[in-house]
Write a protein that binds this ligand. Sequence first.
Ligand code: ADP
Length: 471
Amino acid sequence: MNIVFVSAEVAPFSKAGGLADVAGSLPQALAPYMDSVQVLTPLYGQIDQKKYDIQSTTISGQVLLGVDIIPYTLYQATAPDQTTQIGFISCERFFGRDGIYTESDGEGFADNNLRYFFFQLVVLDLISSGTISTDFLHCNDHHTGLLPLMMKAKQLKVKTIFTIHNFLYHGHFSEEEISLLPESTEAQLTKTQWDNYSALLEGIDHSDIVTTVSPGYALELLEGLNVDEHSLIRIQAVKSKFSGIVNGIDTKYWSPSSDEYTPFHFSKDDLLGKRKNKEALLTKVGLSPDLDAPLLGSISRLVENKGFPLINDLLDEFVELGAKFIFLGSGSPEISDQLRKASERHPQHIAFDDGFNEPLAHLIEAGSDMFLMPSRFEPCGLNQLYSLRYGTIPIVHRTGGLGDTVEPWTTDSGTGFVFEPYDVNELRKAMKLALEVYQSRTVWLTLMRRAMSMDFSWDQSAKQYLQLYNL
Ligand code: ADP
């Protein structure tokens, strides 16, 4: 069996969020069970070709985008663990610039629809020409949502799987933009209630199998939570081919005992390194090195649905209670402004790093006591999984994947602090409980060790995907 995995971002080459982590690690987890696993992704200008030994190939071609004939070249590299091939689609016009989806000010590129139409047309060209032969095509999110229909329209005998990593992003396109797609697809597109089209919903309609990244989120979507009426009808129509599989994590890259970005290594049997990382983290971000004060970390895209309105309401109050906070993230200017102001009000207690910073993300996981993730909704969430592995106790809203992966603390069970409903008072209670439990060193140590014993490797989830492919 051969499989091609298609994603707009793939770690470690290009990353904006959790999709990259999954596209970087799930194919590797599948590799032992497959004859070949190939990943296809754009060659963005910001990707360090030297570092990853990305080489050009003799494979090239051209696709028709409306009236434009646009050439592409395929580049290739081997994944860091050598198990999978990564094919990079190069096209200066669409991918040569800096940034994956957005300008440096966070504004989406005006031609994003064109860019990902082109990307999908190239994938279609590579498969329909026989340059790449595959039994399965695993598409991810709206950037690849039109491929199942394109494959069907060409009558290619390839089974398609479509995974929803976040239902919030649809990749809407207009009536006029349909002319950029192969003519054979036009009759089968369905208009949304906003008089446009959704690449995400097209992926759901036309793929053979639809998954999302946790059973909890699958249920929420089927029940219509945060889903508009029109989309709900389309989701419910595919109920029989729809399921949720929780994401795994790359346990080598996110490992407290060998993390390349942290100065001290540790394990559940030897936690000294965690305390030393806390000191290193406090020093690095300019907070006073008070090792006994509870330190809450946050690494996140700065968007409202990650729970920042609730956090913002509680910061001053918890600083009064002696807590310290470190925030890493970029996105909404309004949220970054709030965090910056909070850090200016409490320079010894709140630090904010505005940007994308992989090494600091690892140090925050390794050095914090707790991880703050009160998302309003969360398809799966990866940082709570990294946090559990690093003994950094998550404080989460019970929603989607957060509810599936963090068990509420009780005196003799649980791995984190879980609240519902999504409300500032409930978050306040959860944070207060966390601070109270933190005061008892022995209880906290037991909690940390329990969290660190959880297994979120890809093994189980990869097997569930294999079962679906075999249908
Ligand atoms: P989402 O996909 O909604 O952004 P996830 O929790 O699934 O949320 O995944 C986010 C991924 O992106 C995690 O690996 C997280 O560490 C990473 N990340 C998010 N923001 C930053 C940042 N500013 N710097 C470094 N890593 C980040």
